[in-house]
Design a protein around this ligand. Structure first.
Ligand code: ADP
Ligand code: IOM
Length: 347
């Protein structure tokens, strides 16, 4: 028997969804299967097997992964998004439907707002299964589509290859660019041939940015200082529709926009604020009670798997599938309003 066909073991305190749902019988059922792009169960679970602190720990190599390995992906999707096999995904990108006047006009709590969506090209496999050549083609096609944007979205594409360390460090520190060497992505095969094919597009003010070939082939991002969540969402929706005129993205009627990590399926949207909540941070029970009520996730301020610094947290919508884009932002907004109210009480 080949080594990769041995059922992996996880420590008892492991909380990842792959450790919860990869039962022995499911492993046995799926271990020899392969998608048309050659993606296997071993590749799908590698991130969780190598990183016991993963939140989820599984990645798809293509749309077919979600059907071929459905007995593993479906319960994970249901657990994360509360989305059942027969549920329908919905979409609403009309910013006018969002009820979100700035909850922090004085700028006392919200440092910045960022909303992103993930997108992948319809004609290529997902990042964990693409070749170097396919990744480079995506970069070419993406940068040419982006370089045709005008008005406030007009900007420039900067490939990672050849970017000075000083510039990339500064962009990462300012929360604009993704980090190199993420061990979760490394294990998922998403860092192969680094830095070739990766880069960032941004407008002059850095309020509109697009990451190319990170966890997803595109991460389309709108961000700015302060708490004008509606302005950030409006900019994003305009940008998405402009880009969709040029590129066809991978979409499925059941799962919505297809992404490499099942947490991002559906809207592929994460709407977040960086917000100062030092008192709630010292009262995690109350903090988590509110975030659970509004389906929110708490992250640190240097991205996923990072810690809070100085009582500032990244608060974002957790559900992305089976809810509309407007609802994703509304979840975050409504929760943030309540968090600010509670923080004031504790001051
Ligand atoms: P993603 O949202 O793309 O899944 P991360 O959680 O890793 O990925 O965040 C990516 C980057 O975006 C990090 O540098 C993080 O600090 C930054 N970021 C996220 N939300 C905000 C925000 N509201 N304001 C400023 N930067 C943010
Ligand atoms: N989206 C992905 N980076 N994440 C959920 C990884 C994990 O912790 O499993």
């Amino acid at each position: 028997m080949k080594e990769q066909n041995i059922y992996p073991s996880f420590p008892v305190d492991c909380k990842s969804l792959v450790s919860k749902y990869l039962k022995k019988e499911i492993f046995e059922e799926l271990k020899e299967l392969k998608t048309k792009n050659g993606f296997t169960l071993e590749k799908a679970i590698a991130s969780g097997v190598q990183n016991f602190d993963s939140g989820i720990g599984v990645y798809a190599g293509d749309l077919e992964s979600y059907t071929i390995f459905a007995s593993l992906f479906d319960p994970i999707i249901e657990d994360y998004h509360q989305f059942k096999k027969d549920d329908k995904h919905k979409s609403n990108l009309n910013a006018e439907d969002l009820k979100a006047s700035n909850p922090d006009i004085e700028g006392k709590y919200i440092v910045s707002t960022r909303i992103r969506v993930g997108r992948n090209f319809a004609k290529y496999p997902l990042g964990p299964a693409i070749s170097k050549e396919q990744r480079e083609n995506i970069e070419k096609e993406a940068s040419s589509a982006l370089n045709s944007l005008d008005g406030k979205l007009r900007g420039k594409y900067y490939p990672l290859e050849g970017m000075s360390e000083e510039i990339s460090k500064q962009l990462i520190q300012d929360h604009f660019l993704f980090k190199a060497g993420d061990r979760f992505l490394e294990a998922a095969g998403l860092n192969r041939n680094w830095p070739s094919g990766r880069g960032i597009y941004h407008n002059e003010e850095k309020t509109f940015l697009v990451w190319v070939n990170e966890e997803d082939q595109l991460r389309i991002i709108s961000m700015q200082s302060g708490g004008d969540i509606k302005e950030v969402f409006t900019r994003l929706t305009k940008a998405i529709s402009k880009i969709e005129e040029k590129v066809e993205f991978l979409y499925d009627n059941h799962l919505g926009y297809i992404t490499s990590c099942p947490t991002n399926l559906g809207t592929a949207m994460r709407a977040s604020v960086h917000i100062k909540l030092p008192n709630l941070g010292a009262n995690m029970k109350k903090f988590e009670e509110i975030t659970q009520k509004y389906h929110l996730q708490i992250r640190g301020i240097d991205g996923e798997h990072s810690q809070s610094i100085g009582g500032v947290y990244d608060i974002s919508n957790k559900r992305r599938l089976g809810v509309t884009e407007v609802q994703c932002v509304q979840d975050m907004y409504d929760g943030v309003v309540e968090l600010i109210k509670e923080e004031k009480k504790l001051e």
